[in-house]
Write a protein that binds this ligand. Structure first.
Ligand SMILES: [Zn+2]
Length: 152
């Protein structure tokens, strides 16, 4: 099981690829970055049934831009811990997913909300641009209800 360091207290936690709710630090209860890998066999369980919106990174080992965007995506997963789950899919190991999402170029980034694609972009981008894109995509898909969450 992969481990992740809590960004709040630095405690190392084990984080399952699929779980109810979203992972929290066993020590301080802060939300943990959720970064998982999935393939054809477990994409449904890991990505589509996730309780959080999912940022899907469709990448390939031979793709230079993918190696550049990977740390940026992990930064976004840390910045948006508790709000988004990052799921990495190696398209060469997951031909059915590559066909299903009609991947023409890598990296292809998708945002799934309750299993439904709400946004998509192709190509690498810096972490701050990705974070903005993810935030805008989530607020668009959730509608105006979320932006008024402060009022009764
Ligand atoms: Zn902690």
């Amino acid at each position: 099981m992969p481990t992740v360091a809590c960004t709040n207290c630095c405690r190392t936690n084990r984080v399952p690829a699929a779980a109810e709710g979203s992972p929290r630090c066993g020590n301080c209860r802060a939300p943990l970055p959720w970064i998982a890998e999935a393939g054809d066999a477990d994409f449904g369980e890991v990505a589509e049934q996730a309780s959080l919106p999912v940022l899907v990174d469709l990448w390939a080992t031979w793709c230079g831009p993918c190696r550049m965007v990977s740390p940026a995506l992990e930064q976004v997963a840390k910045d948006l811990a508790g709000r988004i789950k990052l799921v990495k899919v190696d398209i060469d190991k997951s031909p059915a997913l590559a066909r299903r999402f009609e991947v023409q170029a890598v990296p292809t980034l998708l945002i799934l909300d309750r299993g439904r694609p709400v946004a998509r972009q192709t190509g690498a981008a810096p972490a701050n641009a990705l974070r903005r894109w993810v935030g805008e995509s989530l607020s668009a898909s959730r509608g105006p209800a979320d932006s008024t969450s402060g009022s009764p």
